[in-house]
Design a protein around this ligand. Structure first.
Ligand SMILES: Nc1ncnc2c1ncn2[C@@H]1O[C@H](COP(=O)(O)OP(=O)(O)O)[C@@H](O)[C@H]1O
Ligand SMILES: [Mg+2]
Length: 125
């Protein structure tokens, strides 16, 4: 596990429970079946008016089409979990439609989830 946060963005508030489900997925799904373990990285970069966060693992990955459906679907759809869809929905509700999750993945090639957090102060995240 590695955590790399640019000092400039340490004060930026991140909406409640937006990172935990992504890190959980990286471990629970990404590392499934990997005896040797793997690496989970959380990186936060300073990007001017925004902080850019990536949560990535070098594990199982998934079908990108499947990832797209997770974000599109309503949380009650069959077989789907709630983590990705919920974080995506809340980011867009708070910051606007341009702020949904970006998932880069392929089977066997790990998963990288990106999110952008504006530095604007919000009183209730
Ligand atoms: N880091 C990851 N690596 C591999 N598969 C993932 C990863 N993150 C999510 N997934 C896939 O996307 C699905 C949906 O994730 P999520 O919405 O958090 O629901 P849940 O974790 O409850 O299944 C998971 O069931 C899994 O198949
Ligand atoms: Mg999950």
């Amino acid at each position: 596990f590695s955590l790399q946060v640019a000092p400039e963005v340490l004060p930026v508030p991140v909406p409640f429970l937006c990172l935990q489900p992504l890190v959980e997925n990286a471990i629970k799904h990404g590392m499934r079946g990997r005896r040797g373990g793997g690496e989970v990285r959380v990186v936060v970069r300073d990007a001017g008016p925004e902080a850019h966060i990536t949560v990535e693992d070098d594990g199982a990955g998934m079908d990108p089409e499947c990832a797209r459906r997770m974000l599109d679907g309503d949380p009650a759809r069959e077989g789907g979990g709630i983590g990705l869809a919920n974080v995506d929905l809340r980011m867009r509700q708070i910051y606007g439609d341009g702020y949904g999750l970006v998932v880069e993945t392929a089977l066997g090639a790990g998963t990288r989830v990106r999110l952008r957090v504006p530095k604007t102060q919000f009183t209730s995240l």
